[in-house]
Design a protein. Structure first.
Length: 421
């Protein structure tokens, strides 16, 4: 059984990006194909692309955190083979057939995770606890300026001495473990863009430069567990299961799983169900044509595993609808979060990516933020807070368990008294 990472588009700053997965194409039918120009910086500027200048804050491009309604996506529908053009790419990638129509999608002001008032609450709170997030994915660039301060450190291990100091079976596992290659090198270069991107969304530095993560990296630490590798981000189920066991044994609170397979694994399901961790799982990016489908009937895993300690996440577009590639299901998929054109960290830089893999870390970041300062809540309370506070959306009715989208402020204030007028 093989797992693949869920990602369907990226553009690394100052570098063209190739498409990696067949499921990445956003296609309306077998006879037509979308080709995106990518997000413009404002509706009035058409397909203008953001220029990411080193040393500056990129918060204005993080629409998932604050959506001012200034993004436009232009897609072209072609007859014949699916293709896509992303920011930074020159020309068309093997274009064939004739353009059928142009599709313009504008963002809607306020379609975001409502995190700014949640940050205000967090800053005013007086209680804190350290939260460990296990990121089971590709590796993470642990030296990135926006991530270095947010990486988990195994304080029972002495770096570089070649000894298993803590006796857990892993030598020099200072920041986690590479289950893909069975060593302690949790970063292997560009193949680890997927995990690096998720890490930035969860707990990128609050330093006024680069991107801004959802949770406070001073209290939320990312345990890097590399179970996927190669250019296509694939890995074996056994590596993922071993990573889950490691995370549980080494004190992780929350576990992010942005990956999927069509193969059911009862051992993995049992591992997740019996764990004390809260799991956040991506719902998957649809079929080979990039069309999302109902995983209640055609399950993918681990998204469709049952359990009251997991949240499965769909991909929210910036206009308030599900991305056309996002899977759904009223039983299997719980909530939607921003996942299309998400700017975050990549190895040595920053880049945009899209997919349910980008949506899941949004929920993970909020869960970590809430659990860190709401010390009166258990992890299962945090799960309830996230789902109960989801902002209802007509588009989500009949597609998601909660029928809504992630609301960070609603989650962090869940169960608190409401001040009367």
């Amino acid at each position: 059984m093989k797992f693949i990472k869920y990602k369907h588009w990226k553009a690394i700053a100052q570098k063209a990006a190739a498409l990696l997965l067949s499921a990445s194409f956003l296609v309306s039918s077998p006879l037509c194909a979308y080709a995106d120009q990518g997000p413009g910086v404002s509706a009035g500027q058409g397909d203008g692309q953001p220029v990411l200048t080193p040393g500056e804050s990129y918060y204005q491009y993080q629409w998932g955190l604050k959506n001012d309604g200034n993004i436009r996506r232009i897609s072209y529908v072609f007859s014949a083979i699916p293709i896509r053009r992303g920011p930074g790419e020159i020309g068309w990638l093997g274009a064939q057939g004739q353009m059928v129509r142009e599709v313009v999608t504008d963002s809607v002001n306020g379609i975001d995770i409502n995190v700014e008032p949640a940050w205000d609450y967090y800053e005013q709170s007086t209680s804190r606890r350290t939260v460990t997030v296990a990121l089971i994915d590709t590796g993470v660039d642990i030296t990135h300026s926006d991530l270095a301060g947010s990486i988990w450190v195994n304080e029972d291990e002495i770096a570089g001495d070649g000894i298993d100091n803590d006796g857990n079976g892993y030598i020099d596992d200072v920041n986690g473990w590479n289950f893909y290659s069975n060593n302690n090198q949790v970063f292997a270069g560009d193949e680890d863009d997927h995990g690096t991107h998720g890490a930035g969304t969860i707990a990128g530095a609050w330093n006024g430069q680069g991107i801004t993560g959802i949770a406070d990296g001073n209290y939320v630490k990312i345990m890097v567990l590399k179970a996927l590798g190669s250019e296509n981000g694939q890995g074996m189920a056994q590596s993922v299961k071993d990573a889950i066991r490691y995370a549980q044994a080494n004190g992780a609170d929350i576990c992010n799983l942005s990956m999927g397979t069509s193969s059911y694994d009862p051992e993995m399901e049992a591992l997740m169900q019996n764990s004390s961790m809260l799991f956040v799982v991506s719902a998957g990016n649809g079929d080979n044509w990039g069309r999302g489908y109902n995983i209640d009937y055609w399950p993918v895993y681990p998204a469709a595993y049952t359990g009251d300690n997991s949240i499965t996440v769909a991909n929210l577009m910036f206009n308030g609808s599900l991305d056309e590639s996002s899977n759904f299901g009223t039983f299997s998929v719980d909530i939607a979060a921003p996942g299309t054109y998400i700017l975050s960290t990549t190895p040595g830089g920053y880049g945009f990516m899209s997919g349910t893999s980008m949506a899941a870390p949004m929920v993970t970041g909020v869960a970590a933020l809430v659990y860190s300062c709401r010390t009166d809540l258990s992890l299962m309370d945090v799960r309830q807070a996230i789902l109960a506070s989801a902002k209802p959306m007509e588009e989500m009715a009949g597609k998601l368990t909660s029928g809504g989208i992630l609301d960070a402020y609603g989650a962090i204030t869940y169960g608190l008294p409401v001040n009367g007028g």
